[in-house]
Design a protein around this ligand. Structure first.
Ligand SMILES: [Zn+2]
Length: 336
């Protein structure tokens, strides 16, 4: 069987005609396999969703319990038969519950890795390389210029700034699923044990992470008492980046805007967003990690999806490894 006969791109996403299912479909389908809970990969309205328990629970938190007609939870490494195709889920190291999906038929195995990273992250299971014939990789930071620094060194910049500007409220922008909890955990691991104030939109997911055994320390709602503008002097407030563009952020005294994202490597992006303290903390692979992973997985062929596909395809070809871009649309890096 040719790999394309087992899995190929369609407008709704990667489609497996043999098993009649899609992986991370961007529009409602009858049967979806979902790698992780970010909104560009996990959408509401499918007939049936197969995903890890944590991804299903995260989808229920975000979309309501009736987000799909029916659901099935896959345990790590458990082999599930879907219309004659063997399907299994393996940790991707991206956010809590995030998985690579391996599909196998007649000895041909394709691994769709979804979004993934290789760096240490105590808020989710670490990426596990899975041997396969075709490895499908993202390329969000698929250019040689992208090298992510040590996230603890980045986090220390925030703590240094807190000491330098003890009066200012430090507003840390972080996407609500994964990045926010990881940043909070990094702040704890760097030795800060004071209260961390969170925007209301983060509460449910932070509670969920805590219920899954990820300690986040003293979290409090960032609700401002009108009569006390000094309430958040020198405090750390974590919220989604979108919240910092609206009135919510302006209520704080002398706010110092920080943003935790892999894109903060690009100075121009930080400047445009008015970010005073950029923190380069990413939940995706940087360029060396992409190459390291492809070498380690050692597939016969690489398919590259969402991101800067060309450079990675070219690198594979220079290694004598067949590669092609999939040109999938609809993935917007919610959790970069
Ligand atoms: Zn993601």
């Amino acid at each position: 069987m040719k790999p394309e006969a087992l899995l190929h791109p369609m407008p709704a996403g990667l489609y497996c005609p043999v098993g009649d299912f899609y992986i991370d479909p961007v529009r409602p389908v009858s049967r979806a396999l979902v790698t992780h809970g970010h909104s560009d990969h996990a959408r509401a309205g499918h007939g049936h969703v197969l995903a890890t328990r944590q991804t299903l629970e995260i989808m229920a938190l975000r979309y309501g319990v009736d987000f799909a007609g029916s659901t099935q939870a896959a345990g790590w490494g458990e082999v599930i038969d879907v219309s004659g195709v063997s399907v299994s889920f393996h940790p991707a190291g991206h956010v809590l519950g995030s998985a690579q999906i391996a599909i196998e038929k007649d000895g041909l195995r394709i691994v769709a890795s979804g979004d993934y990273k290789r760096g240490v992250d105590p808020t989710c299971d670490a990426f596990e390389p899975v041997a396969c014939d075709v490895f499908i990789t993202e390329a969000t930071f698929g250019l040689p210029v992208f090298h992510h620094p040590d996230p603890k060194v980045e986090t220390q910049k925030l703590l240094t700034s807190l000491r330098q500007f003890p009066e200012r409220t430090h507003l840390v922008g972080a996407y609500s699923l994964g990045k926010a909890q990881r940043v909070i955990r990094l702040i704890r691991d760097c030795g800060y044990d004071g209260p961390i104030f969170i925007h209301g939109s983060l509460a449910k997911l932070c509670d969920y992470y805590v219920s899954e055994g990820i300690a986040l320390g003293d979290l409090r709602p960032a609700t401002l008492e009108k009569k006390d503008p000094s309430a958040f002097h020198g405090a750390v407030v974590v919220g989604p980046p979108s919240a910092f563009q609206d009135r919510w952020a302006r209520r704080f005294n002398e706010p110092l805007i920080s943003f935790a994202s892999g894109w903060m490597m690009v100075r121009q992006r930080a400047k445009q967003g008015g970010v005073e303290l950029p923190l380069v903390i990413s939940d995706h692979c940087d360029w060396p990690e992409l190459l390291e992973t492809i070498r380690e997985v050692s597939p016969q062929e690489v398919w590259v999806t969402h991101g800067r596909e060309e450079a990675l395809v070219r690198w594979c070809e220079l290694q004598g490894l067949p590669a092609r871009p999939l040109h999938l649309v609809g993935y917007e890096d919610e959790g970069d």
